[in-house]
Design a protein around this ligand. Sequence first.
Ligand SMILES: [Zn+2]
Length: 267
Amino acid sequence: MMRVFQHQSLVASLVAFVFACGLSMGATHQVKDSETFYSISRMYSVSVNNLMSSNGFKDPTTLKVGQKLTIPPKGLKVPSKVTRTYRPAPKSLRVIVDAGHGGRDRGASWGGVRESDLNLRVARRVEVSLKAKGYPVTMIRRSDVFVSLTGRAKIANKYRNAIYVSIHFNATENTGVRGAETFYVGKKGSYLAKSIQNELVSNLKVRNRGYQYRRYSVLRYTACPAVLVECGFISNSYERSRCKTSSYQAAAAKSIVAGIERYDRAY
Ligand SMILES: [Zn+2]
């Protein structure tokens, strides 16, 4: 194929044109000893990914001598299973995601479970999910670091058209207490709290402790609608065993995101 391109420019142009139109099946190449996807891709000036996906390969090490590969036309990309080009419509509402506590402030600590860790795990899931839906997200923390309450509010107060969602797990001396609850300040905060609380209760099948007005510092200092979500009691052995699983954390994150979306559509 290369010789045709080099010596017969008119034929080459025609072939290139047909390739570009997607009318041709493309050239084929029989794999020789010591050849790899990389070496073959260099030979035909196509990308390894394009070459692999055109031939239905996921693992480059499964290439065998004697196999016939279809050489994709240059620049004509075969979409892979993961559609990397998908972009959701950008949303205007910014979500400030606050994983409660962190660093020297571990929050509640029961049965080897640290609240600050759980908060962060759920928060990271919320971040990924919100971004996939087109929401601009600001994370108060992404690792095990300490951020003061006023420091958190300061980050939040840089933004207009934002909501603040602080993620926590609960604990109390009475180990029989369990369930999820959400706190808020402000009128819009109450709508957001209600929306998230409803999702938590229906998705997690937890006791509904309701949503309530509470002037927690982290809520008070923020200018935007703000809520504090308590996803479950780690002081209760039954809930603690659930809370530490990734499936529970994923479901909590999903509920928080669903609550935010519902709020965003309504207000
Ligand atoms: Zn907490």
